[in-house]
Design a protein around this ligand. Structure first.
Ligand SMILES: [Zn+2]
Length: 343
């Protein structure tokens, strides 16, 4: 699959880890290049130039970002990404041998690398992709394979069957990037910085920091976006209050967009009591999938609704703070407040 600059920029706005290793984002004004998922504040689009690799960015005089360390994307990640591209692009199904040649690995080694990254063997991944395409799931969009990738161990046939009734939504209502849905949004000042909050008639669908209409558009490319809205003022105020006192917004309706597996992870996050934390491994074990911590991490990263779906309660396995899409300062402050203000 060829990815163009619009796809790249959307990946950057979503901080989509699945694109790490497939290109780097050069910022001409700062002379830095980043991986697509870099947690730093997004540069202006006009200042961005994409490069196929860190080496190309360095040739153009740019330096690697010290925050996201784009040159440390491992060879394994790049190989898995290349194989997924090949599987998506090929009508038939590439053999393990062909994928191994493509990536420069032995077949048996590549099989292990791929399965560790995605939870599926390459042939199972290709089969799942074909089945999903045949079912025209998610409106037949290219996001299907990404959804499988996100879901990791989840059997594809179970993607959508148990999504009703969780957090008040059905995944199918979010087909085609939000087509047919109307989203009201606003940006409010909070003690944690500028906060984007967006909602449908069903509930809050996005909460993020240091973002605006462009980032909301990237998350819901085909929805109708409406700034403000009298009917939403009360909801937006409740959300703001819940962010100032995290752990208090449990009754706020949410309208989530994700696979059944992602929703299970998000429900599990909501089940972590305020003031407590878990590692990805502990969360995976709580879901009955102790080997799926990577997939759980992917679902955590795909969460559109910060704070109210408390992905900040997931910390590193060694007890360290771990990463956060909006910076570790905000994460540390949320955890401090949930712990009752104790440091
Ligand atoms: Zn960076």
């Amino acid at each position: 699959m060829r990815i163009d600059d619009d796809i790249r920029w959307n990946a950057v706005l979503r901080r989509d880890r699945a694109f790490d290793g497939r290109f780097v984002t050069g910022v001409l004004t700062t002379g830095i290049y980043c991986r697509p998922s870099c947690a730093a504040r997004h540069p202006a689009r006009a200042n961005v130039r994409f490069f196929a690799s860190g080496a190309e960015a360095r040739d153009a005089g740019l330096r690697a970002c010290k925050r996201c360390l784009p040159d440390d994307v491992t060879r394994d990640e790049a190989a898995v990404a290349a194989a997924i591209d090949e599987i998506k692009a090929s009508e038939g199904k590439p053999t393990l041998g062909e994928l191994a040649v493509l990536t420069g690995y032995s077949a048996s080694h590549f099989q292990r690398v791929f399965k560790r990254a995605t939870g599926l063997s390459p042939s199972a991944y290709a089969r799942a992709l074909r089945e999903e395409r045949a079912k025209d799931a998610l409106g037949g969009s290219a996001r299907v394979s990404d959804a499988i990738y996100d879901a990791g161990y989840e059997a594809p046939s179970r993607f959508y069957d148990d999504s009703k009734g969780k957090l008040g939504m059905s995944a199918s209502e979010w087909r085609d990037g939000g087509k047919g849905r109307t989203i009201h949004w606003t940006v409010v000042d909070t003690s944690l910085g500028a906060m984007l909050v967006a909602a449908t008639e069903t509930g809050v669908c996005c909460l993020s920091f240091e973002e605006g209409e462009d980032e909301l558009r990237a998350r819901f490319p085909n929805a109708e976006l409406v700034e403000g809205g009298e009917a939403f003022r009360d909801l937006f105020e409740r959300v703001t209050a819940a962010v100032e006192r995290p752990g208090t917004g449990g009754d706020i309706p949410l309208d989530v967009k994700g696979t059944a597996f992602q929703q299970r992870v998000w429900q599990a996050l909501c089940d972590i009591p305020p003031g407590e934390t878990r590692s990805y491994g502990e969360l995976a074990a709580a879901l009955g999938k102790p080997k799926a911590s990577r997939a759980v991490g992917g679902a955590n990263g795909a969460n559109n609704i910060a704070v109210l779906i408390p992905c900040h309660r997931v910390i590193a396995a060694d007890g360290g703070l771990g990463g956060y899409a909006y910076g570790t300062e905000i994460k540390a402050e949320l955890l401090r407040r949930e712990a009752g203000g104790k440091a």
